[in-house]
Design a protein around this ligand. Structure first.
Ligand code: DQA
Length: 193
């Protein structure tokens, strides 16, 4: 009986010791985990880029192949995602001006960059320009063809003042170059911080 009591006491003492040291250890683990998470977010953050394609760009590979190429978009997008494993590339296409504006408003405050090929709306849409100016995410204007080598009406971009830069004339590779530009820009702003 006394043996039982002794072991019972021992058990109680060791439990007491454990409960007093546990919370400090626990706090230490939380501190380490939080520090690691913040560091990863700051220096190793997965970038999130939104590609938006405007009217008729759903027909890439079929539409005027002598100007826009024969390659299917889905195939190219897959290659882009493989090429930039540290970038999350979201894709959206619409033939409708209002839907493009809705998308810009939806993503324009939390993505790291937008790549916008507004198609023919490039040359006409004050509403898309206003949407770009209303959001904080930097946008790169992209064109597959060299619009300056084509008809006069394509030489004027209404949306350019809402964009940080322009890439055009390199075929589908224009999108890759725009991603590279956004990655460089993000790295620059990290070093400035
Ligand atoms: C385009 C050029 C525009 O002028 C045209 O209306 C398009 C495609 C390009 O990617 O080259 O639809 O944006």
């Amino acid at each position: 009986m006394s043996e039982k009591t002794n072991s019972g006491e021992k058990h109680q003492i060791s439990k007491k010791n454990r409960s007093s040291s546990f919370p400090i250890r626990h706090l230490f683990y939380i501190f380490v985990a939080t520090t690691i998470t913040f560091t990863q977010q700051k220096y190793n953050k997965i970038m999130r880029i939104q590609i938006i394609n405007g009217p008729n760009l759903n027909l890439l590979g079929i539409r005027e192949p002598e100007i826009y190429g024969k390659r299917a978009w889905t195939d190219y997008l897959k290659e882009l995602r493989q090429r930039f494993p540290k970038v999350r590339i979201d894709y959206y296409q619409s033939n409708l001006e209002g839907e493009i504006i809705n998308k810009i408003q939806e993503v324009g405050f939390d993505r790291d960059g937008i790549i916008l090929n507004a198609g023919a709306y490039t040359h006409t849409s004050i509403a898309i320009l206003d949407a770009l100016k209303s959001v904080s995410t930097p946008t790169v204007e992209v064109h597959i063809s060299n619009v300056y080598q084509r008809e006069d009406f394509r030489r004027r971009s209404i949306i350019s003042p809402g964009c940080i830069g322009f890439v055009g004339g390199f075929g589908l590779d224009s999108y890759r170059l725009a991603i590279e530009a956004l990655i460089d820009k993000a790295a620059e702003s990290h070093t400035e911080e």
